[in-house]
Design a protein around this ligand. Structure first.
Ligand SMILES: NC(=O)c1ccc[n+]([C@@H]2O[C@H](COP(=O)([O-])OP(=O)(O)OC[C@H]3O[C@@H](n4cnc5c(N)ncnc54)[C@H](O)[C@@H]3O)[C@@H](O)[C@H]2O)c1
Ligand SMILES: [Fe+2]
Length: 380
């Protein structure tokens, strides 16, 4: 963390705007960052070191486009030249939106229909993740919402990933148990889905399997004992590895259902992943059973894997996911059913109708209809 100013300087950034939210600020995490800029947030005064140009600490959840526009205005007003995002996916994705908007002013982010190949240079973006979940610190996606229009879009661009990500377990140590559990299940879902989709390949598999092993061995401990920095570092690394994996081979039906639940029923992303994961894996088992069987090894270890008959490994893997989820529910209150998440059953048809057209559905090996999606949702 102490190297933040020199990392920025190497990228040509002298006056970053800090992009963060109230939860992160209240947890005292900005103080660690300001200290890296010599305690007062104003550089060392000799004019050659980076200086904090402005702080925007009001990013709302789900990165609304209005926050992107407000930050662009602050950035310009304070003559900033770079971006430093401190936070979870909401703060990081908002900063990514700002980066795109600063480079391509004419673009309406909410009309962003395909992969944007940007021609203009982007400003340096350094990020410090404070949740261990989305992997946004390494992905080419930014999820931006427009609550007034009821839309949430995944904007994809090869120039989206941050220039530098600083992974420091002190920055996730303050994350409360319930959020640690929820964001950790998002990371687990990224790693699992990276191993199932049509773009699955040996490179993303190896990274994803390492992430699954780290999560299986450390998520419960990080939830139970948040100040265990070893478990926090393992989870932070796992989230980043899972982000690398799914940025390469993409996510599938669990995310398609989860995005739709987020858009229609406003279920937080990690909670939606937790609720959707096992039943959706079950639905897809006839197509991806062999891949699920392989994942039993990183999830449960060599002893369980070798003692389970090959034909039973996929079921055993799904059972392990259910057991982990139940344990997280018991210790943190993480919702594991749609009812616990407060979803109105009357909304399920709309969620089911939307999910097959979500971008993530394209990468699912088994094509599914709204009627099939509804059946899976009803089990949840
Ligand atoms: N870009 C991508 O590739 C990608 C992938 C998955 C999800 N997302 C998006 O990311 C967003 C969710 O991000 P998230 O799950 O990281 O949650 P978040 O950024 O919305 O943060 C959740 C809450 O935790 C608080 N918080 C964060 N870190 C904290 C800490 N260390 N201590 C105390 N409180 C802390 C925040 O203030 C906030 O209230 C969603 O919009 C989702 O769609 C993006
Ligand atoms: Fe996700």
């Amino acid at each position: 963390m102490d190297k933040l100013p020199s990392e920025l300087k190497q990228l040509g950034g002298k006056r970053p705007i800090i992009v963060t939210d109230q939860g992160v600020a209240r947890a005292g995490l900005l103080d660690i960052v300001k200290k890296a800029f010599n305690g007062n947030g104003n550089g060392n005064g000799n004019g050659s070191e980076p200086t904090i140009g402005a702080i925007f600490d009001q990013v709302p959840p789900d990165s609304p486009v209005s926050a992107v526009h407000a930050i662009v205005a602050e950035y310009k007003k304070n003559n900033c030249d770079s971006l430093l995002a401190i936070g979870g996916g909401s703060a990081i994705d908002t900063a990514k939106g700002v980066k795109i908007k600063l480079a391509e002013e004419s673009i309406d982010l909410m009309n962003f229909k395909a992969v944007l190949r940007m021609t203009k240079p982007t400003r340096p973006l350094v990020v410090v993740p404070t949740t261990a979940g989305t992997g946004s610190e390494v992905t080419s996606a930014a999820v931006i919402s427009d609550p007034d229009k009821g839309i949430k879009l995944s904007l994809i661009s090869p120039s989206m990933p941050p220039n530098t990500a600083v992974i420091d377990p002190r920055m996730t140590a303050t994350l409360p148990p319930r959020l640690t559990a929820s964001t950790g299940m998002d990371a687990l879902t990224h790693a699992i889905e990276a191993c199932l989709g049509i773009q699955k390949n040996p490179i993303s598999d190896s990274v994803a399997k390492q992430a699954i092993e780290l999560i299986a061995n450390n998520l419960v401990e990080a939830v139970q004992n948040g100040s265990n920095l070893k478990a926090r570092l393992a989870m932070a690394n796992a989230a980043t590895l899972a982000g690398i994996a799914f940025s390469n081979s993409m996510v599938t039906m669990v995310h398609a259902l989860g995005h739709s639940l987020g858009a229609i029923s406003h279920v937080p992303h990690g909670d939606a992943m937790t609720i959707c994961l096992p039943d959706t894996l079950e639905f897809n088992k006839d197509t991806v059973g062999d891949f699920l069987a392989d994942l039993l090894l990183p999830m449960a270890g060599m002893e369980v894997y070798s003692q389970t008959a090959p034909a039973e490994r996929a079921d055993r893997f799904i059972e392990c996911v259910r057991q982990l989820r139940q344990k997280l529910h018991d210790i943190s209150g993480l919702p594991i059913t749609l009812k616990q998440a407060g979803v109105d059953p009357a909304q399920l048809q709309a969620v089911a109708d939307l999910s097959p057209s979500d971008g993530a559905a394209f990468y699912n090996r088994k094509k599914f209809t709204p009627a099939e999606a509804l059946q899976v949702l009803q089990k949840m």
